[in-house]
Design a protein around this ligand. Structure first.
Ligand code: DI6
Ligand code: FE
Length: 409
């Protein structure tokens, strides 16, 4: 047996059912496992019986009493900084209006833009912290936050600053994404190309200069921007050294996923209308497919993403909340794990990998987070559950018993 170097260990979690989310066996499960931490990082993970008898004296001990331990959950697609409420649109849709009808009539994203522009940075922070707290309570330790309800330089930067501050206040890992190409703002009505020019020449460079954006996203659809316009945004992002991702193939097939793959996008998201060519392109580029079953359900969509094709071509599948005021005001990543199984037919293992390992990849964090492996950051959740299938199989019943963020409770 290999000799384990226990030097530097600061904490040992024993008696754990460890879902490492690594390859090799379902969930990367170690039924009678232990995890050793060295400060912020995972130093060792393995079977209890491999542990050396002698441990350094100052190691703190945590007895998990058989409980499940997973990596901290990662929500890799949210728009949680906004003001106002769109509950009336929910009612309108129940009367028969479609999401696209409402958007074209000036509701939808545009109405949230008005409310968000009017809100102060402080008020937005308070609203966003309340929403993020719901995710944190479920064991989310890292999340992505997009802008996209400002649609001018100052308001887009305001949203990104709120996102950065939120990360510090809640000691969360936040990846920010500039989504200035979300909708055409009223000042640019019927001049979408001019707005794209403003995005490329003004908003994007400003966000990059202030270090406020980790990535750049766009909304590619009938009610959003064309692939040609998205290509201009991506080219500019690439020049500035920023990663890209795309809202693609949600209501129609625009070949957005293939375009994203061409730019080696971290992810293409939604994908209900994704076709075979798009899947092939994503597979070749290792672009993650981010599925958003909450938005699908909230909008009562019926066309399923091509799950089996994604599986066959080994495209990594992530699951996210899409938390936003219009198509997914659903502040729960665990609900999305559940819906990924019931609506999209994912397995409970795919649902867990979708909010850990593959979500980390979708945020460019795969070397640091998303699995329980020696060397990675110790973002861990100890659950009031015994088996990883419980996380998706039940909703509202499974809760974190303890969360470690970078090794600390
Ligand atoms: N993500 C988005 O950006 C849009 N839909 C989605 O799933 C717009 C969200 C909104 O209606 O505000
Ligand atoms: Fe979205």
């Amino acid at each position: 047996m290999a000799i384990i170097d226990t030097q530097g260990w600061t904490r040992l979690i024993r008696n754990a059912t460890v879902a490492t989310c690594t390859d090799g066996r379902p969930y990367g499960l170690i039924p009678k496992g232990a995890i050793a931490l060295a400060g912020k990082r995972i130093a060792w993970v393995g079977a209890r019986k491999e542990l050396p008898a002698e441990l350094p004296k100052n190691v703190a001990h945590t007895d998990a009493r058989g409980a499940l331990v997973t990596p901290g959950l990662i929500d890799c697609h949210t728009h949680l900084v906004w003001a106002g409420s769109r509950y009336r649109e929910f009612e309108q849709r129940l009367q028969g209006a479609s999401y696209e009808d409402i958007a074209r009539a000036g509701g939808g994203i545009a109405s949230t833009v008005t409310a968000t522009r009017d809100a102060s940075e402080n008020d937005l922070l308070t609203l966003a912290m309340g929403r993020a707290a719901k995710l944190v309570a479920e064991g989310v330790t890292a999340l992505e936050i997009k802008s996209g309800y400002g649609l001018d330089r100052d308001n887009e930067l305001k949203i990104l600053r709120v996102a950065r501050t939120l990360g510090k206040r809640l000691s969360l890992t936040v990846r920010t994404t500039l989504l200035a190409a979300h909708a055409v703002p009223p000042e640019f009505k019927d001049r979408s190309d001019d707005y794209i020019k403003c995005v490329c020449e003004d908003i994007l460079p400003a966000a990059a200069a202030e270090g406020l954006a980790d990535a750049v996203d766009a909304y590619c659809d009938n009610i959003g921007f064309t692939p040609a316009q998205v290509e201009r945004v991506f080219a500019r992002a690439q020049e500035l050294g920023l990663a890209v991702k795309l809202h693609a193939e949600q209501f129609s097939n625009q070949q957005g996923a293939a375009l994203a793959a061409k730019f080696k996008a971290l992810s293409a998201d939604h994908l209900e209308h994704l076709d075979k060519e798009g899947v092939h392109a994503m597979a070749a580029a290792r672009t993650v497919a981010v599925l958003l079953p909450g938005a699908y359900t909230y909008l009562r969509e019926t066309k399923l993403p091509p799950i089996e094709l994604l599986r066959v071509h080994r495209v990594p599948i992530a699951i996210a909340s899409d938390l936003n005021p219009g198509s997914a005001p659903l502040a729960s990543l665990m609900l999305n794990m559940h819906l990924a199984c019931t609506q999209f037919g994912l397995t409970t293992e795919e649902a867990l990998l979708g909010v850990t390992r593959h979500a980390a990849r979708a945020l460019g964090l795969r070397k640091e987070r998303g699995t329980i492996e020696a060397g990675k950051v110790a973002d861990l959740v100890i659950w009031n559950a015994e088996h990883p299938a419980e996380l998706a199989a039940q909703f509202g019943l499974v809760r974190p018993a303890a969360v470690l963020r970078e090794g600390a409770t």
